[in-house]
Design a protein around this ligand. Structure first.
Ligand SMILES: Cc1cc2nc3c(=O)[nH]c(=O)nc-3n(C[C@H](O)[C@H](O)[C@H](O)COP(=O)(O)OP(=O)(O)OC[C@H]3O[C@@H](n4cnc5c(N)ncnc54)[C@H](O)[C@@H]3O)c2cc1C
Length: 269
C-alpha cells in the first residue's frame, strides 16, 4: 500500500523541529524503518513528518565522568561499527550487530527504536538492563526519565505532545561489571521471540535482570541479586513475576534469562 499524503519537513535544528511538531498534526521521523511500514499500511496518517535524523543536537555524543550520552539519531550501524564511543566494554556493539539486517541498521536509530517501543526491540531491553536515561525536550522544556519508566507499554511511551527524544544517557559500568544478553529469534533479521538481559556491577552496586519480548514493556525482575546468587532459579523468578501467564508460554523466557545469567556470571544454561 501507499501512505496517505503527508508533508515533509527537514528540520535544520532542534528548535525548528519542536516548532514544527507543536501543532500535534506532525510526527518525528528518524530512520523510518518502523514508521515507514506503518505509513504504508496506513496505521499512521500524520499530516506531516518532521525529519529529525540529521539534527546536529541528536547526532552528537557527549562523555561525562560516569556516563555517555548517545544522540537519539545515532544509528544501529554507527554503534556496531564503533563510530561512536561504546560506554560499555563492547556490549552495545554486540547488540547493534544483531539487530535486523545491515540495511535496517544503516538507517534505524537508537532513539527511533526506543520511541517506537516495540516490545521485542533490542534497545528497549538492553537500555532498561543498563539503567539508561531517556533525555527529552519539548514545549515544557528538557526532562530526564529512566528508560524503564519511559517505556509505558507495547508501542507506548511517556513522550508528551511535541516532545522529542534527544539522547540516551548510558551509565558507565563500574570495575569488574559483567553483562549477559540473550535473544531467541527464528531467523536472522526477525524480532526476538524472547529476550533477557543481566547486569552485575559490583563497582556501582547495580544488579538488574530484565525480560523482553513479552508483548509488554520490558520487565525488571524483583530481587535480581537472589537470581544472580542462585538462591532463586530463573523459572521461579519468571513465574513469580508473571503468575497470570501459562508456564508453557514462559519457557523461552526462562531459558533466555538462564542464558543471559550464564553469560554474565559463567556456568552452563
Ligand atoms: C525488517 C526489519 C527487521 C527489524 N528487526 C529488528 C530487530 O531484530 N530488533 C530491533 O530492535 N529492531 C528491529 N527492527 C526495527 C529497527 O530497529 C528500527 O530501526 C527501529 O525500531 C525504529 O527506528 P527508526 O530510527 O527507524 O525510527 P522511525 O521508524 O523513523 O520512527 C519510529 C517511531 O519513533 C518516533 N521517533 C523516531 N525518532 C524519534 C525521536 N528522536 N523522538 C521522538 N520520537 C521519535 C517516530 O515518530 C515513530 O513513531 C526491524 C525493522 C525492520 C524493518
Amino acid at each position: 500500500m501507499k501512505p496517505a499524503p503527508f508533508d515533509y519537513f527537514g528540520a535544520g535544528g532542534l528548535e525548528d523541529a519542536m516548532a514544527a511538531l507543536s501543532g500535534g498534526a506532525a510526527k518525528p521521523m528518524a530512520g523510518n524503518q518502523s514508521l515507514g511500514p506503518m505509513l504504508n499500511l496506513r496505521l499512521a496518517r500524520p499530516a506531516a513528518l518532521v525529519d529529525v535524523s540529521l539534527l546536529p543536537e541528536l547526532r552528537g555524543v557527549e562523555e561525562g565522568p560516569d556516563w555517555v550520552r548517545l544522540g537519539a539519531a545515532v544509528t544501529h550501524a554507527e554503534i556496531e561499527d564503533g563510530e561512536v564511543p561504546d560506554p560499555t566494554p563492547g556490549w552495545l556493539q554486540a547488540v547493534a550487530a544483531n539487530i535486523a539486517y545491515r540495511a535496517v541498521r544503516n538507517r534505524g536509530t537508537l532513539g527511533g527504536s526506543l520511541a517506537h517501543a516495540d516490545p521485542a526491540a533490542d534497545w528497549c531491553v538492553v537500555m532498561t538492563g543498563l539503567g539508561a536515561m531517556a533525555l527529552l525536550d519539548g514545549p515544557e522544556g528538557p526532562r530526564r526519565v529512566a528508560v524503564e519508566r519511559f517505556l509505558t507499554g507495547p508501542f507506548a511511551t511517556d513522550l508528551r505532545g511535541g516532545e522529542i527524544l534527544t539522547a540516551v544517557e548510558v551509565p558507565l559500568p563500574g570495575e569488574g561489571a559483567r553483562w549477559g544478553y540473550w535473544k531467541f529469534m527464528r531467523q536472522v533479521g526477525e524480532f526476538a521471540k524472547a529476550s533477557a538481559a543481566v547486569l552485575v556491577d559490583p563497582g556501582t552496586g547495580r544488579v538488574r535482570c530484565v525480560l523482553g519480548a513479552l508483548g509488554r514493556q520490558p520487565l525488571l525482575l524483583g530481587d535480581p541479586q537472589a537470581i544472580v546468587d542462585g538462591r532463586v532459579e530463573p523459572a521461579e523468578a519468571v513465574r513469580a513475576a508473571l503468575p497470570e501467564r501459562a508456564a508453557a508460554d514462559l519457557a523461552l523466557h526462562v531459558t533466555a534469562l538462564a542464558r543471559a545469567l550464564a553469560e554474565a556470571c559463567g556456568g552452563a544454561a
